[in-house]
Design a protein around this ligand. Structure first.
Ligand SMILES: NC(=O)c1ccc[n+]([C@@H]2O[C@H](COP(=O)([O-])OP(=O)(O)OC[C@H]3O[C@@H](n4cnc5c(N)ncnc54)[C@H](OP(=O)(O)O)[C@@H]3O)[C@@H](O)[C@H]2O)c1
Length: 301
């Protein structure tokens, strides 16, 4: 029986336990992956703590929306992947903190991309590409991005800049240099941010990749809620703003496109460190404690 980090209930990091789980079979259009690395995302922490009970989890749920590893088995109808292929995968139904994961959305991992980088890519790349697509930002337009120093924001900045979009990036002081290096104009987030953005000129669309309390400013700056999208602000509906959720069709091809950019050295990711997967509870503790400023990627030998 393979092992996984099982969520034994909602609560503090201690609910995460390394335990035996049944080995899932890949269904039609799916591959089973022998996992080498699995990304921890902010949503994992919120799910575990019980803040997102609107998305109920089954008993003994396994967290993790993204993995990298080798294909171990393919389900009926799969073309373009076979056992032994290295892949990065987006797991819309979770299951990443495990020795084996089943995926419907994956991309071949070029040999020059590490397992850890490949596991850090899928959720952020899909969200970044998906929201840019939903906003329909075009060359010559100005995009205001909240959270430009985060995992999603860093990728969104680079994809938008590469398309000829002017990006104003609302970031903390510690991320101003990074935003500039990625081709954006940084403004400090927090009180007064709307005035600082106005001083730079008009904004066509707003991407909220911070997810907390920026929608009133976003709407004022964009001239209405139509071209404002948030990834996680629960107040979105109150503001008439779209809350963008990961779906199979949100960003087709995003994983292939971004992993190729990564292989070519043309895409930077948020800084990350790795920890053995068995230490998932400790990794969650460190992230919640705010003492680590990198992402944490869980690894298996
Ligand atoms: N719906 C989806 O499909 C989807 C997919 C991926 C992620 N998400 C959600 O999207 C959000 C971002 O994800 P992530 O992985 O990029 O998280 P992340 O790496 O933690 O980045 C969040 C960034 O937001 C910044 N921030 C905090 N408050 C801000 C404010 N008021 N204005 C501007 N920036 C602010 C943070 O800066 P500091 O470091 O200064 O705090 C940080 O750089 C999370 O809530 C995540 O759960 C949703």
């Amino acid at each position: 029986m393979p092992n996984a980090v099982v969520m034994t209930g909602y609560g503090p990091p201690e609910v995460l336990r390394w335990a035996g789980v049944p080995r899932a079979e890949p269904g039609a259009g799916q591959v089973r992956i022998k996992v080498k690395a699995a990304g921890i995302s902010p949503t994992d922490l919120a799910l575990r703590a019980g803040y997102l009970k609107a998305f109920p989890l089954p008993p003994d749920a396994v967290l993790g929306f993204e993995v990298a590893g080798t294909v171990d088995a393919v389900g009926p109808g799969v073309t373009g992947a076979s056992a032994g292929d290295g892949v990065a995968a987006l797991l819309l139904g979770l299951g990443g903190y495990a020795e084996y994961a089943v995926a419907s959305i994956w991309a071949r991992k070029p040999g020059t991309v590490s397992w850890i980088d490949a596991a850090a890519l899928p959720t952020s790349a899909e969200a970044a590409a998906g929201v840019l697509r939903q906003l329909g930002v075009r060359a010559g337009e100005t995009l205001l991005l909240f959270g430009g120093g985060g995992s999603v924001g860093i990728i969104a900045t680079q994809l938008a800049v590469a398309r000829g979009v002017t990006v104003i990036s609302a970031v903390g002081e510690h991320d101003e240099t990074l935003a500039r290096e990625l081709g954006a104009t940084p403004v400090r987030y927090g009180p007064g941010v709307a005035g600082r953005v106005r001083a730079l000129g008009p904004v066509d669309a707003v991407f909220d990749a911070a997810g907390t309390g920026v929608l009133a400013d976003a709407i004022a700056l964009a001239g209405g809620p139509e071209r404002v999208i948030t990834l996680s602000d629960p107040a979105a509906a109150d503001f008439g703003v779209t809350l963008s959720e990961a779906t199979p069709g949100r960003a087709p091809g995003a994983l292939d496109e971004t992993i190729a950019l990564l292989a070519e050295g043309r895409l930077r990711l948020r800084a990350h460190k790795s920890m053995p997967m068995r230490q998932a509870a400790e990794a969650h503790r460190q992230l919640e404690g705010g003492k680590v400023h990198e992402r944490i990627i869980l690894t298996l030998p």
